[in-house]
Ligand binder design. Structure first.
Ligand code: RP5
Length: 174
């Protein structure tokens, strides 16, 4: 799954391997744009030393964006952000007693000074985290910027297709 650490511009950290099914779209989406990902299970609570070590050397290893996903009392993104000036994107993972609302608030409500760009709970969150990371990288990567523009156009095309299908169904049933 992993690109070697010294060449991946994006890190994907998850608090538990149990988060993986909910967030694998991060890797799928980044791969679609040819962006390498260094993915790891790492917990702010259960492996605080490993997280500290990883984050302290992140910039030197060539990482440009950190994506951190966790559920429940989700502190992974916040603690990662505490140890770097790289942009950190947080994914609140749904599930548990509060179905992700706890993770959303834990991830988004950061104190001033330590930003975490938080995406939504649910299916769109991991995709948007990957796109946001790609958009940050595209600021200094013209080829990637073109791929993102093409992707955006594909969204326009798919809505147009949906509209055409809807109108066809409505006129067939009139
Ligand atoms: C968080 O606690 C993880 O991100 C996970 O979403 C949640 C539960 O972890 P497990 O007990 O399933 O490993 O740290």
């Amino acid at each position: 799954m992993n690109t070697p650490e010294n060449s991946a511009p994006v890190a994907l950290l998850m608090g538990s391997h149990n988060d993986w099914p909910a967030i694998r779209a991060v890797v799928d989406t980044l791969r679609r744009f040819g962006v390498g990902v260094d993915a790891h299970v790492m917990s702010a609570h259960r492996t605080p030393d490993a997280l500290l070590t990883y984050m302290k050397g992140a910039s030197e290893r060539g990482l440009k964006v950190i994506i951190a996903a966790a559920g429940g009392a989700a502190h992974l993104a916040g603690v990662a952000a505490a140890h770097t000036t790289l942009p950190v994107i947080g994914i609140p993972v749904e599930g548990g007693a509060m179905n992700g609302l706890d993770a959303l608030l834990s991830t988004v409500q950061m104190p001033g000074g330590i930003p975490v760009a938080t995406v939504g709970v649910g299916k769109g969150g991991p995709v948007n985290a990957a796109l946001l990371a790609a958009q940050i990288l595209a600021l200094s990567d013209a080829e990637l910027a073109i791929k993102l523009k093409e992707y955006k156009q594909s969204l326009v095309d798919s809505v147009a297709q949906g509209e055409a299908s809807l109108q066809q169904e409505l006129s067939a049933n009139a």
